[in-house]
Design a protein around this ligand. Sequence first.
Ligand code: KIV
Length: 278
Amino acid sequence: MRVTTRQIAQMKRRGERIVMVTAYDALSAGAAERAGIPMVLVGDSLGQVVLGFDSTVPVSMEDMVRHSAAVARCAPSPLIVADLPFMSYQVSEEMALGNAARLLQEGAAQAVKLEGGVAIAPTVKRLTESGIAVMGHVGFTPQSVHQLGGYRVQGRTEKTAARLLEDALAIQEAGAFAVVLELLPPEVAATVTERLTVPTIGIGAGPECDGQVQVFHDLLGLLPDFRPRHAGRYGDLAGVIDEALSRYADDVRHHRFPTSAESFPASASPARTVNSRE
Ligand code: KIV
C-alpha cells in the first residue's frame, strides 16, 4: 500500500520525523523503496543532476512526466510528489491544472509540488479544490535563481523572515498538505514549522523542520564536483564508480576481461528488464 498525504499529516501530529529523498529513475526509485523512505520527490533538480543543465529552468513537462512515471513504476510504496517545472503553472490557473493533471495521470504521481508564496496561493487553491494534492515550496525557490541572484539563504532580515512566514501560511491556507522550506536560517524555519499545522520539509533549513528532503546525488556523493554545504554526507559513490570503471577499462585493454569463465554463450544471456534480473 502506498503512503498517503493523510499519513504524512499524521506524522507531524505524532511528532514523527518525515524522511524524503529525490528520485529520478529506476535506480534511485528502487533504492528509496528498499530503504523504506515514505515520500519521494521527483524533483526538477533532475535538470542538473540527470540532464546536465546548470539550473532547473530548462526542465520541461515531458522530462517531468517521463521521470515521474519511471519512479512510480519502480517505487510502489512511497508517496510520489512530482515537481511542476518552470512556467508550467505560472502562466494561468488553467495551464497549472492541465499540467498537474498530466503529472498525476501520465506521470503516476500522487501529488505535485510548486514554488512560491502569496502570489501563487490562488493557483494552489484552484488545484487543491480540483482534488489535486499540492506540496508548497518557499524560501529559496530554485526556478527563480536568476531573479534571486544566485543560490542564497533567504529570510535573513526580520522583514524577509516575516514575508516568508506569510508565504508559508498562504500556501497552507490554499490547501497544501506540506511545504518545503529551502535555504532558510534555522530559527526562521523553526518559527514557520511551529506556526504551520501542515508538515514542513526542510533542505538547508536546520533541524527543526518536521522532515528533511535531500537530493539523491548530493546525499550519496555521486557528483564529484558538486556537493552543496547543506547536503548530508552518507556516501562517496563517485569515487567508487570511478575506480570500478577505470579497473574495467584497464582490464579490457589488457585482455583481463572477460575471462573464459565470464563469457557465456548467447543462449545463456538473459534479457535485461527491471523486473527480470536473473
Ligand atoms: O527539485 C528538487 O530537488 C527540489 C528539492 C531541492 C526540494 O525541489
